[in-house]
Write a protein that binds this ligand. Structure first.
Ligand code: GTP
Ligand code: ZN
Length: 328
C-alpha cells in the first residue's frame, strides 16, 4: 500500500515534468505545503526571507502579478527552501498586512507605494547637533507614522554635544515618547532597547544622525555584515538602498537607509487630527472643510483664546498639517 502511493507520487511528478497534461494544483490545493517566512530584504526582484532560522532567497511567482512584496511582509514560500547558494524559492502568497508604511514619490504625485509592512513602531532618529535637528523632517515622519498606524518614538542622539532640553520641550506637546542617547553612555541605548523589545520597529532618520551607530550597538551581527554577506539578509548592509530587517533577540529592527523624507500627499488631514483627540471637541465647531489654519474661521482659535484647549497642542497640530502640505 505504501509502495503504491509512492509510485503514484513519482508518476505525478513525471507527468508534470513532461509539460503538465494535468493541472498542477490537482490534489495540491492552495500550496498546502507552503511555509511562511518573513521578507528581510528586497534586491532587484529577489526577496530575502527568513524561514524558521534559515535565510532563503525567493522570487515572486507569476500568479502573484504586480502586487508588491516589501520588507516585513509575511509570505508563503514553496520550492527549494534549503537556503543553499544559488537556490531559489517562490513566493506564492502575501499574508494580510497589519500595517503598511507608505510614501508618495513626492507631494505632487499621488501614487503611493508601501515601503515597509507589518511594523508597529516608528523610531525617528534625530541628532541634537552635528547635523542640527530638522524639526520639519521629524514632523513629516510623525505624520507618516500616524498614517501607517505606527507608534512613534523620538530618539534624540548625540546628547554629549548639546542638551536635549529645547527639543524635548518642542515635542512634549505631542505626547510623544522620547529617548535620549549618546554614544559614550549606555543608559539611553538600553532604554531604547527596552522600547524595541517584542516589537517590529522601523528606524528612520537622515544621514549622519547616528543611526548606524545605534544599529551596530543593538544588532552586532549587522556590523559583521559590512563588506561581506550577512547570514540573515544575504547581503552587506551598506550595499542596500532599500529597507532591511534585522532580528533582535525579541523583535525586529527595520533600518531604512533610503527613507529620508516622506511624500505625504496621500495622507488625509483627518488622519492627523485623529492624533489630537483632545482637540476634537473644538474641531467639531469648525466650518465645513476647515483647513484649521490660523487665518480662517477655525474654531481652534476661539477655543484656544478662552483657554479651553491647550495652545501648544493647537500649534503642534497646525505644524503637522502644514508639514503635510509639503514645505520641506
Ligand atoms: N558626538 C557623538 N557622535 C556620534 C554619536 N553617535 C554617532 N556619532 C558619530 O556621528 C557620525 C555619523 O554616525 P553614523 O552612525 O554613521 O550615522 P548614520 O545616521 O548611520 O549616517 P549614515 O551612515 O550616513 O546613514 C559618526 O562619525 C559617529 O561616530 C554620539 O552619540 N555622539
Ligand atoms: Zn478648524
Amino acid at each position: 500500500m505504501r509502495r503504491r502511493s509512492r509510485d503514484l507520487d513519482e508518476d505525478d511528478v513525471r507527468v508534470r515534468a513532461r509539460g503538465g497534461s494535468r493541472p498542477r494544483t490537482r490534489n495540491r490545493p492552495e500550496h498546502a505545503d507552503a511555509r511562511i517566512g518573513m521578507v528581510t530584504a528586497v534586491n532587484r526582484g529577489r526577496y530575502q526571507c527568513l524561514v524558521g532560522d534559515r535565510a532563503v532567497t525567493a522570487m515572486k511567482a507569476r500568479e502573484l502579478g504586480r502586487g508588491s512584496i516589501v520588507v516585513g511582509d509575511r509570505v508563503a514560500l514553496v520550492g527549494d527552501l534549503s537556503g543553499e547558494p544559488d537556490t531559489l524559492a517562490r513566493v506564492v502568497r502575501v499574508e494580510k498586512r497589519s500595517s503598511a508604511l507608505r510614501r508618495t514619490a513626492d507631494d505632487t504625485d499621488p501614487s503611493e507605494r508601501v515601503i515597509v509592512a507589518n511594523a508597529d513602531q516608528m523610531v525617528i532618529v534625530a541628532a541634537l547637533a552635528d547635523p542640527a535637528p530638522q524639526p520639519r523632517l521629524i514632523d513629516r515622519c510623525l505624520v507618516a507614522a500616524y498614517d501607517a498606524g505606527l507608534l512613534p518614538l523620538l530618539c534624540l542622539t548625540k546628547a554629549d554635544l548639546t542638551s536635549p532640553a529645547d527639543m524635548t520641550r518642542h515635542y512634549a506637546p505631542l505626547g510623544l515618547d522620547i529617548v535620549v542617547t549618546r554614544c559614550d553612555e549606555a543608559s539611553g541605548r538600553e532604554e531604547l532597547y527596552e522600547r524595541l523589545r517584542g516589537r517590529c520597529s522601523v528606524l528612520v532618520g537622515s544621514s549622519g544622525v547616528g543611526k548606524s551607530t545605534l544599529v551596530n550597538g543593538l544588532v552586532p551581527e549587522a556590523d559583521r555584515a559590512v563588506g561581506t554577506v550577512n547570514p540573515v539578509t544575504g547581503r552587506g548592509r551598506h550595499v542596500s538602498s532599500s529597507a532591511i530587517a534585522l532580528p533582535l533577540r525579541e523583535g525586529w529592527l527595520i533600518d531604512t537607509p533610503g527613507v529620508r523624507s516622506f511624500g505625504l500627499a496621500h495622507v488625509a488631514p483627518e488622519t492627523i487630527t485623529a492624533a489630537f483627540p483632545d482637540l476634537e471637541v473644538a474641531i467639531e465647531e469648525c466650518p465645513p472643510g476647515c483647513a484649521h489654519s490660523a487665518d480662517t474661521e477655525c474654531a481652534l482659535d476661539t477655543w484656544r483664546a478662552t483657554g479651553r484647549v491647550d495652545a501648544a497642542r493647537v500649534d503642534s497640530l497646525r505644524r503637522l498639517l502644514a508639514s503635510r502640505a509639503g514645505e520641506e
